[in-house]
Every structure is written in structure tokens, then in C-alpha cells.
Design a protein around this ligand. Sequence first.
Ligand code: URP
Ligand code: ZN
Ligand code: ZN
Length: 448
Amino acid sequence: MNKRFLLKNGEVIHHDRIGREDVLVSGERIEKVAAGIELDEGIQVIECAGRLIFPGIIDSHTHMGVPIKGGYSADNFETGSRAALHGGVTTIIDFTVLNENQTLMESFNERLSRAEKSLVDYGIHCNVTRLSPDLLKEIPALVDMGVISFKVFTTYRSAGMMLSYPQIEQVAREVARSDGVLMVHAEDDAVLQQAAEPFLASRSTLVSDHARTRPAAAEVEAINRVGNILQKTNCRGYVVHLTSAAGLTAAANFPDLALETCPQYLFFDEAVFDCDDGRMFVASPPIKRRDDRAALWQAINDGTIHTIGTDHCPFNLADKASDIPFQEIPNGMGGVETLFPVLLARFLAEGKDLCQLVRLLSTHPAEIFGLAPRKGSLDIGSDADIVIVNPKRVSKGWDRELASITDWNGYSGLPALFPEHVFRRGEWIVQDGHLRAASPGRFVPGHT
Ligand code: URP
Ligand code: ZN
Ligand code: ZN
């Protein structure tokens, strides 16, 4: 297990610089990163000339095998993490599901035991989808166990997941006391209800009606309301799956708020709803307009958005049958396997800063969720989670080579650069683009 090997002559992409460096791995950790490392004979050398070397990607927003609208998202930890590795993701952070009568700790333990099948390392966010004094009291113990981020929902009332704003304030106070992070699904339920009013009796199967009933105004209202709560309680906040230009403007009033968007909001706009498979793009919040997409890219470029997580929650074609009224289509899309490949292809095609890509996909998620310095960088002592890409190996027909078990992928047809090699804690799991057997992933506790 304590194997040493050297990645030689690669172009190493850090969060703040790019350099021709060698990376020496010893066992599960990075021993040294420097130009021209010379070693005794007998140590395995992997020639990386012409290759880009990235820290392992962290997808800090996945939902493996979760109940949604009567069914389950199509990936479990085993299948989803295989797909993740194929796309360069070496760590995920997944969300608990708080079942009836469960304590938060029980929901955490249940997720932890499901995650044992994961091949990538994993952290856990705690969903707080109902509230009582006893549940609130559990927060410090969870933070001690390494669960430092708590997600609240300003909607999903009918699914029994919504908290009122006063309840969110109670959670924020308790999370702040433990120096945790409050994550918010920002769609104000009152705004959504008003928009949905004309559709209450509708059996419309038009996918665009899903978007009509969930406007950007809901994002704005929720960000304003929760932003004020966070300031009042002095709690760290993180908006998940931000979708709109108006949402960005609202968030600008709260400079301490960390912002996440997802690939589906960057690569698509509402035009997808008119495609034959438009229903497959149904997610909440919905994909918005062209100008929203442009505003999100601008915020990626200028650093206003801190992370890109996938909200990985895939469904198969049959799960989203075309005769289902739009309100009943299970919401969610897959993305963990394509996150890095499609973003890297776009960054390279447009000459964007690759350090920025590292910040979005590795550095910031590791810092915000307390996984640094173990995760998120190629620094000495960090876990040897490493992704190597040949930028000349543009993947053609890549959608036929996916590891995912699902039968639909929204990103098919887009340029993508899949990793040539992926190491997770020093273990060579993707070799020449092919997945090999892997030892199990491990829980990585977050630290405040
Ligand atoms: O449609 C989505 N996003 N499904 C996953 C659940 C959530 O709200 O993140
Ligand atoms: Zn959400
Ligand atoms: Zn989500």
C-alpha cells in the first residue's frame, strides 16, 4: 500500500498558479511537488509530458438513491461513484434524508451506512427538513462528527421538507453557534404558489409549464429573506443551485454568502424544454433563460460564484414518461460524470483561466465544507487525489463510453475532455480512460 511513484513533467494546475512540476506520491499522500524531482532507480515514473494535472474534483452536491415524487434517483453510491471517478471526481458530498420519526443523527448514520458502497471519498451534508427543539439540540454533536453543513428548504411544502423563515432562523442560530454552514434551497414557496395558481387544475404535460410555475422571483425572495437571517444570526451561508441573473443581483447584497451553481444552468437554457427529451431536463429550480445563463458565466469568470456542484440526481427515460403532468415529473438531472469533462472542454476552448476551474471544483468546496487541507489541492501532505488529462485527446462519441448506469445524459453532443488517469488517495483507478477495480471510499469529516 505504501507505494511511491512520480508523475513527471506534467503541467500542474494549482488554485493560484500553473507550473511544469513533478508530483511525488507516497502511499495515500502527496510527498513532494517541485520541478525536476530526481529519484533513486526503482521508483515508478509516469511520464506526463503534454498532460494537465489537476487536484481531484469535489462534487459537493449529490443525491445518491434518494426518494423523489414516489420513486428514487437512479444512482446509488456504488454506481454513482463509479461514474464520478470516470469523470475525475474523487470526493462527493451527499445529503442525508430525514425520514419520519428519525433524529438528525439517525439520518446521518443511515446515509453513512449507504455510503459504505462508495468508491470515492465522501462527506455528508445534513438536510433539516422538519424542526423540533430536540432536532435543534443535535446540531453541535453532528458538527463534532464532521457534519458541518445543514441544508434548509424554503419550498417543497407538499413533500414535507419546507421550513418557515422563523424556523430557518432557529437553525441558523444553532449552526452559527457551532461555526457550521447553512445551505439554502432558495425558492420562496409563497412566490411559487402564486405562480402555480393558474395551473392548479391543469394536467398539462408541457415541460415549459414547470419553469413557468417556478420563476426567478422566487429565488430572489428566498435569497433576500435568508440572507437577512444569516446576517442577523452571524451564520455562514451557502446558496445551492443558483440559477438566475436576478438571484445573483439579490445575493450581491450579502457579500459573505457563498454561491453555487450547477452545469445544467451554465450549459442550457429554457430552449431545452422544447426538445423531444425536454422532460428529462426538469429540475428544481428550473433551468432559466438565455440571459440568466450568460449572467452565471459572467459570475463564474469574475469569481462571484464560488463553486459548481452538480445536484446529481439522475433519472432514466421511463421515470420521466412523456404523458406525466409536469407537476409529477421527478425533478433532478445527473451530472457527476460529466461535470469536469464538459467544463474543462469549455474552459480550454474559450481560453479561460484553469486556476479558476480548480478553485470552483476543488479549492473552494474543500475550504467551505472543511475538507481542506486534506482535500482540494496538490499540496504536500494532501491526499493524492489526482486527475490527469491529455488536452489533445478530445473525446468523440464519449456518451457511448460512460460508466453511468442511467440511460440518458443531458450533455451528450457537447465537447468533453475525460481524464486519462485518475488517482484516489494514491490508488490508480482510471487508467488510460478505463475504470479499474477500486478499494472503498472513506468518510471525510468536515472541520469548522
Ligand atoms: O431537482 C432537484 N434539484 N432535485 C434534487 C433535490 C434538490 O432540491 O436539490
Ligand atoms: Zn435543492
Ligand atoms: Zn440538490
